[in-house]
Ligand binder design. Structure first.
Ligand SMILES: [Zn+2]
Ligand SMILES: [Zn+2]
Length: 305
């Protein structure tokens, strides 16, 4: 399924009221969504799309006292180092412009989890709903959302073979898995960008928190919120939102575009990813140029508790 211009023009809502950086993206930074190949997400899922107006009707802006994203390692020992978690937290803070706190690792009693053998590989899998229930039970009062990161391979439903992540919009809890970013599911070719694992984690984290922010799958452009059925398809998704979903996120969080792009550029430059840093720099210029000099030192609230 592909969409024509009239569809996305309807989806983005009233252009006269759209923030200038969103209109600027429409002019020079939209990427058409290719016609899906067999077995890709849009070839096998019926997605209606979510317009900006749909989103605004349903969205609930976070309260002043509810602007912290909690990242919760869940049975992740050995898969994610503290450095890795703090890097992912820094990205999350820049992307959503909220405070991020990393919670102490959670080790679950295996007997409390529904498990099965993965239909495609025969390796152990955990029912994602069991982890979501546990995260919801311990959700801090000031949480915008809680995102678990686990080394377990996940299944979201008995008839679905696996999920990179799963989130509840209503409860604002979610969990992502890094299990399929390595053997036996993934053997990256030699020469692949050494930061690919980091990008995969950033991509899935931002996608699931995007869902918790109320943003549905995108059918309009190439976008971080495109659905994906495989690692190959997931890897093809950009690490940024299309203008329609960017407008939704900014409406919800109320951030300053230039500040956000400054932080993202800072993050990707620090990570040594020239391509992502250049993309953020390009959008930063379209949003009016750097703001860091005019801002206090970045307080992402990134802390270990
Ligand atoms: Zn999704
Ligand atoms: Zn989108």
């Amino acid at each position: 399924m592909s969409v024509d211009g009239s569809v996305w023009l309807n989806a983005i809502g009233g252009l006269a009221d759209a923030p200038a950086p969103v209109r600027a993206m429409l002019a020079d930074a939209v990427e058409p969504l290719p016609v899906p190949r067999p077995q890709e997400w849009l070839a096998i899922h019926e997605e209606r799309g979510q317009t900006f107006d749909d989103f605004v009707r349903a969205a609930i802006r976070p309260a002043v006292s509810g602007r912290t994203i909690y990242i919760q390692p869940v049975d992740a020992e050995g898969a994610l180092t503290d450095t890795c978690l703090s890097t992912l937290a820094a990205f999350t803070a820049a992307f959503f412009q909220l405070k991020v706190r990393v919670l102490p690792p959670l080790v679950l009693d295996p007997s409390s989890l529904v498990t099965r053998a993965a239909p495609d590989a025969g390796t152990p899998q955990v029912y994602a709903g069991d982890i979501l229930a546990r995260l919801y039970a311990g959700k801090p009062a000031d949480a915008f959302c809680v995102l678990g990161i686990t080394a377990h391979d996940l299944f979201p439903h008995p008839i679905v073979s696996f999920a990179f992540g799963e989130a509840s919009v209503t409860c604002r809890v979610g969990v992502v898995s890094v299990a399929r970013y390595g053997p036996p599911f993934c053997e990256d070719a030699p020469g692949r960008h050494p930061g690919e694992m980091r990008k995969r984690c950033c991509r899935v984290i931002a996608h699931e928190i995007g869902h918790m922010a109320g943003i549905a799958h995108c059918i309009y452009f190439r976008c971080l919120m495109n659905g994906s059925s495989s690692l190959v398809e997931s890897d093809r998704r950009p690490l940024h939102l299309c203008p329609i979903d960017l407008r939704k996120l900014q409406w919800l969080m109320g951030f300053d575009f230039a500040e956000r792009y400054s932080r993202l550029q800072q993050f990707w430059r620090g990570a040594g990813d020239d391509a992502e840093a250049a993309w953020a720099e390009n959008r930063l210029q379209a949003a009016g140029g750097p703001r860091l000099a005019a801002l206090p030192a970045f307080d992402s609230g990134l802390t270990w508790v």
